[in-house]
Design a protein around this ligand. Sequence first.
Ligand code: NAP
Length: 408
Amino acid sequence: MQFGLLGKKLSHSYSPQIHQELGSFPYVLIEKQPEEVAGFLRSGTFDGLNVTIPYKKEIIPYCSELTPIAKTLGAVNTIVKRSDDSLIGHNTDYFGFQSMVIHSGLQVAGKKVLVLGSGGASVTVCAVLKAFSANPVVISRTGENNYENLSRHMDASAIINTTPVGMYPNTGVSPIDLNMFPNLEGVLDLIYNPSETKLLTDACERGLIAENGLWMLVSQAKESAQWFLGKAIDDTCIERIYKKLQLQSKNIILIGMPGCGKSTVGTLLAQKCNRNFVDTDAEIVKRAGKSIPEIFNDQGEEAFRQLESSVLEDFGKSSGLVIATGGGCVTRAENYRSLHQNGNLFWLQRPLTELSTEGRPLSIRTELETMYQVRKPMYEKFADYSVWNTASPEETVTLILQILEEDL
Ligand code: NAP
């Protein structure tokens, strides 16, 4: 059998990997221009297809039957070829978002929910919310309810982002200021790259329910695979595939005092799990064209920290890297979001007496003990996990991998 994803411009997609896990494989990416779609649907060899931008509506005339959900939403993201070569169209995004709401734990019944954006995903999200007895209000740049009159909706309980604002590579921006909504219980973002958009970081900082769109992506794929294969697939696979993708796509980031072994452990870790390694201090030296002591001497610490923040933002939004950071990166609050948007952060700890001070300007100038007392709460705030690097680097690498695998 042959499956795939049909769209106009398909960049990196998780779908082939997800469908391999689900058994709906081989699964290929099929890029077609609008004028090529009809011919491909007539003569292309496929048993089932997912359909994405911009063909979710355009595909409808080629379907001889639509499921009730696809008909209601006026959009098809899954087609199956039947034995007589006719096509049936379905919409699995509905199931995907329904599953995401349940997974997030957000209770929406009887509550006002702001849905940002008025495109295809917004229609699906509103239909699901209504089925959960919520009261969705679409916020559109050009609509009756827009970003200029949000004060009308200060009583909102939840916000769902269906706009592309905050998506890779344009990360670090949010479509809305959460401070306006005192009754907010949760925020869901359909974006899954980066895993934590600025909107979700803001929600986490307020202690709200916050969930990205990866669960929705995997859930809708599971529903598609059931249609492709004509058999039920156990729901438990959603969590397994979700966790695996989350782990693979997120960077592994090492933070900790200067000289605690981040570069050594990071290099080994990257080799062990076949990832690329980035040392942010080395990247700063490359960009500045001079050594770190020279940057401190010529331009001062503030200029160094500025450069460091831009390096952390650039690499923080990448995927699947091992990143060793400079010891002082935690001193700037803005670096928290840069590193957390797509990373699992490990605080590498080592007794102060065992820290290397060679070639490290701040370590030379400031007593390590004082520095540690100042930075300790910062490392605690930034870190997802804490690991002692007191045995061999190999053992520390094993420990980090064990911790990550336990989360699977
Ligand atoms: P779409 O049809 O292009 O709609 C996006 C909407 O967002 C637009 O209609 C627009 O609404 C608003 N928007 C666009 N650019 C904006 C900007 N710069 N500032 C503010 N609002 C802006 O796209 P879609 O198919 O609905 O997908 C929307 C997002 O959901 C995408 O990021 C997509 O990747 C994601 N998605 C995720 C999943 C999943 O499984 N996780 C599934 C489907 C979609 P207004 O003009 O009314 O403001």
